[in-house]
Write a protein that binds this ligand. Structure first.
Ligand SMILES: N[C@@H](CCC(=O)N[C@@H](CS)C(=O)NCC(=O)O)C(=O)O
Length: 208
């Protein structure tokens, strides 16, 4: 066993596991990828249930330290391993990065109810958004347009893990064929070309 282990879903469709997987690759860290069949309930089996506070993926094991919650894990990795920063170093940019991550994981989560990551990773398509989810999508798209108004490649000048989280959320809409303002699609496409992201995309997914 390597000193770092990442528990992920066996279908490789978890956006949170993806974020940590990308972070580990960006840092150049060697790790074991351990798969759990969530549909079969393996996350609740005794061994993992005792290990992981949330009984969810991602869960990271680093020696005898165990951590769940994807953004807590990426913040930990950034502090534990100095190379290849995952977050901006400047304090207000760093706080803004955490704000965006928290927003994507709370209010904007509703988008995933009608645009699951099967759109992003398995080519699934869904019908029009309900008014409730459209409202959240509009908030996201307006904010992203403001953040990326000058056509920048990355939210904070340099790449950060939040770029992958944002691109994932945008791709739920873009890859479903939903209308997205100009500029956001090229941004998401560029993020999808990062070698660390390509490694996640290349993981084998069963045909659905
Ligand atoms: N807030 C958590 C969410 C993690 C999460 O929702 N994981 C899902 C897979 S995408 C999971 O493990 N589901 C199985 C279950 O809840 O039993 C994070 O950011 O890591």
């Amino acid at each position: 066993m390597k000193p770092l282990q990442l528990y992920t879903d066996s279908l490789f469709v978890s956006p949170y596991a993806m974020s940590v997987f990308v972070a580990l690759h960006e840092k150049g860290l060697d790790f074991d990828l351990l798969e759990l069949d969530l549909e079969a309930g393996e996350q609740h089996h005794a061994g993992f249930a005792q290990l992981s506070l949330t009984q969810r993926v991602p869960t990271l094991v680093h020696g005898d330290f165990v951590l769940a919650e994807s953004s807590a894990i990426t913040e930990y990795l950034d502090e534990a391993f100095a190379q290849a920063p995952l977050y901006p170093r400047e304090i207000q940019a760093r706080a803004t990065a955490r704000q965006i991550q928290a927003w994507l994981r709370s209010d904007l989560l509703v988008i995933g109810q009608e645009r699951s990551t099967l759109v992003v990773f398995c080519g699934q398509h869904y019908g029009p958004l309900s008014a409730r989810v459209q409202l959240a999508a509009t908030k996201l798209l307006e904010a992203a347009q403001t953040w990326l108004a000058d056509g920048r490649d990355c939210l904070f000048g340099e790449w950060s893990i939040v770029d992958v989280d944002l691109a994932l959320m945008l791709n739920r809409l873009i890859l479903n064929g939903d209308p997205v303002p100009p500029g956001l699609q090229p941004y998401a496409q560029r993020q999808w070309q990062r070698p660390s992201v390509l490694k996640w995309l290349a993981l084998p997914r069963p045909a659905r």
